[in-house]
Design a protein around this ligand. Structure first.
Ligand SMILES: NC(=O)c1ccc[n+]([C@@H]2O[C@H](COP(=O)([O-])OP(=O)(O)OC[C@H]3O[C@@H](n4cnc5c(N)ncnc54)[C@H](OP(=O)(O)O)[C@@H]3O)[C@@H](O)[C@H]2O)c1
Length: 332
């Protein structure tokens, strides 16, 4: 998009920031996951006229127009009394919505994909190959010094079910279908995605689960999704099924998962997200050889993609155009 000065159509290649009405904006930045200097530098490049402050550098009387935040301290939110919007620097808003300092009336905007779907797709591909090409079994054979080739199953024999067909899930489900997997997806409201057999609503969850040899969870953490994958529902997966969890840990009842691994109903799981993070060192999940555990790394926020989306979003808001906000009641 090309900047046209007063038109508020603004982008990182703006040639005349002195005429751009966005130049006077005040932005407050905070990210608990680090890399603040890279974010600030990229923000200055994208919005050369704006006043951008890192939390900690801003004095208590300095009030921002917008806050760009990842897991901010409650005091930050309480100290800002003139915010027109909060941009959440990720796709998951559960932590922000649970923040006791969050003002009720300020709209929250979250990132939609911004490059995260590609990262997460790679992560899921790894899980599909790990189990689909029997790497878990070859590891065990290696331990036993056993030389035993196994027949390769066609991708179509690995029906994949994607829970959550939002910005990430819909893209990932469509891509896996193109790659030859038989893909179904489940969401709250009906969807139509080329190559994907779409299910919607609680009543369709049982038939959806019964056809998944690989269950991929990309659901947000909300009141409604907490322990959605409980013992009863996980038991509906076919014997030998695999779980890949990269949405939020709260969705999966890990005790139920362990029980079904022990009973050999489930073959294994690739877990990126947990109810408590970091996963406590005494968690029994670490000890299970059929689990692969990663520390919430499947889809970090790409700085450039995020800033492009935020700048575009602020431009829309400042020009009075609509920008979909997070539904606080639904929790995502
Ligand atoms: N591990 C990581 O590194 C990482 C990185 C990024 C994101 N995430 C997680 O991934 C989640 C999904 O991201 P996103 O951008 O795709 O979110 P999104 O666009 O908000 O999509 C959420 C999806 O979940 C569905 N959903 C929510 N509640 C449901 C319910 N009760 N029953 C059925 N479906 C329900 C929604 O259904 P409708 O479409 O019908 O509303 C939607 O399809 C985020 O919330 C975040 O927690 C993890």
């Amino acid at each position: 998009m090309q900047c046209r000065g007063e038109s508020l159509q603004w982008n990182s290649g703006c040639q005349h920031p002195q005429r751009c009405p966005l130049r006077a904006l005040k932005l407050l930045f905070y990210s608990r996951s680090g890399q603040s200097s890279r974010w600030i530098e990229a923000l200055h490049q994208a919005l050369p006229g704006a006043e951008i402050r890192l939390y900690g550098e801003a004095t208590s009387d300095w009030q921002a127009d917008y806050a760009l935040l990842w897991q901010p301290p409650p005091e930050l939110l309480r100290s800002q009394r003139r915010l027109r919007g909060i941009f959440n620097l990720g796709a998951g808003v559960d932590a922000l919505l649970a923040n006791p300092g969050l003002p009720e009336e300020v709209p929250i905007y979250k990132l939609r994909d911004a490059g995260m779907a590609a990262w997460m797709l790679d992560y899921i591909r790894y899980g599909l190959l790990h189990f689909g090409r029997d790497m878990d079994r070859y590891r065990e054979q290696q331990r036993l010094r056993c030389w035993q080739p196994r027949e390769i199953g066609h991708r179509a024999q690995w029906p994949v079910g994607v829970l959550g067909l939002g910005a990430l899930g819909s893209e990932i489900a469509a891509a896996l279908s193109v790659e030859g997997y038989s893909v179904s997806g489940w969401s709250r409201t009906p969807k139509s995605i080329p190559g994907v057999d779409c299910y919607a609503g609680e009543t369709t969850l049982a038939p959806f689960l019964s056809r998944c040899r690989v269950l991929v969870s990309i659901l947000p953490a909300t009141v409604d999704t907490r322990h959605l994958l409980n013992l009863e529902r996980l038991q509906r997966l076919p014997e030998g099924a695999v779980v890949i969890s990269c949405g939020r840990g709260e969705v999966l009842d890990s005790q139920a998962l362990l029980a079904l691994l022990d009973s050999h109903h489930l073959r294994g799981a690739l877990l990126d997200v947990f109810e408590q993070e970091p996963l406590p060192t005494d968690s029994p999940l670490y000890d299970n050889e059929r689990l692969i555990i990663t520390p919430h790394i499947s889809a970090p926020t790409p700085i450039e993609g995020a800033i492009e989306q935020i700048v575009e979003g602020i431009g829309r808001l400042e020009s009075g155009a609509p920008l979909p906000a997070v539904d606080r009641q639904r929790g995502y």
